[in-house]
Design a protein around this ligand. Structure first.
Ligand code: NAP
Length: 252
């Protein structure tokens, strides 16, 4: 995605994936301070661990508790998070009409980005996770009011206008679904969003589609978080379609 974006703006740049052992994170970040570097993205398990090594953290990343993007500013490293905005933009592009309650499945890093975005949008939040204590900790640490359900059997699904899967259930497994109940009846016109983008059409989305709900895949979030990071590094915007075209064929 990023290499396609560099090409699009005619900038001689390259985006490379690098494996970093957790114990080498601090040392590896020194490389980012060199003048030929624009910044970096981070993925698991570095998103939280990186915080103490950075010179500045933007409020959005502090609230989410995770940094997915580093921007070099002279010899200083600034941490931010583009996942929440990426999620929200893709949700709106996916035709979500704000209605009812937002139910989030999962309570890891991706859930924190969704909670940030949806609470900023003023939605009432419910959250259900395999480990319910983790869901409560998430809400407490982000100072968001919401209801935690220990099991899906207890959820009044008919009040739900947005169901967001942020758990890893369904990742690389078309048989798996985050639902532990038969596909529930949601509000009419509800949207079902799955952050899992491999496979692109997860079992959750296929079933939601069969029930007539609006469905949104995780590819939009992937593209928009990348687009927003690219904009921060280069100061230039690139159409989302450039990045989408570069990634879509790898995610069937
Ligand atoms: N579309 C995008 O751009 C985007 C961005 C970020 C993440 N994601 C996707 O979102 C997913 C979660 O990422 P993350 O960073 O939040 O991971 P994480 O921090 O490791 O959290 C994983 C979450 O999934 C739950 N979980 C794992 N396996 C499960 C299963 N079999 N059944 C039910 N719940 C299960 C965990 O529950 P416990 O707390 O009980 O362990 C936890 O809540 C991944 O699939 C990732 O690829 C997509």
């Amino acid at each position: 995605m990023h290499n396609a974006a560099f090409q699009h703006i005619g900038m001689k740049g390259v985006y490379q994936a690098v494996d970093i052992e957790p114990s080498c994170l601090g040392k590896s970040l020194l490389r980012l301070k060199e003048p030929d570097v624009l910044g970096a993205n981070l993925s698991l398990p570095h998103k939280e661990a990186v915080v103490p090594f950075l010179d500045e953290i933007e409020p959005v990343a502090r609230r989410i508790g995770a940094v997915n993007t580093i921007i070099r500013k002279d010899s200083k490293l600034l941490g931010t998070n583009t996942d929440a905005d990426g999620f929200y933009q893709s949700l709106m592009e996916g035709g979500y009409q704000p209605q009812g309650i937002a139910l989030i499945l999962g309570a890891g890093g991706a859930a924190r980005a969704a909670v940030h975005a949806l609470s900023q949008a003023g939605l009432t939040l419910w959250i259900q996770n395999r480990t319910p204590e983790r869901a409560q900790q998430l809400l407490d640490s982000m100072q968001v009011e919401g209801r935690v359900f220990a099991t899906q059997q207890e959820v009044p699904f008919s009040e739900v206008g947005l169901l967001v899967n942020t758990s890893s259930a369904g990742l690389s497994n078309l048989q798996e679904t985050p639902l532990t109940v038969p596909f529930p009846e949601l509000q009419s016109g509800a949207t079902v969003y799955d952050m899992v983008y491999k496979p692109l059409y997860t079992r959750l989305l296929l079933e939601a589609n069969e029930q007539g709900y609006n469905t949104v895949t995780g590819i939009g979030m992937l593209v928009h978080q990348a687009r927003l990071a690219f904009e921060r590094w280069t100061g230039q915007s690139v159409p989302a379609s450039v990045m989408f075209d570069a990634v879509k064929d790898t995610l069937q």
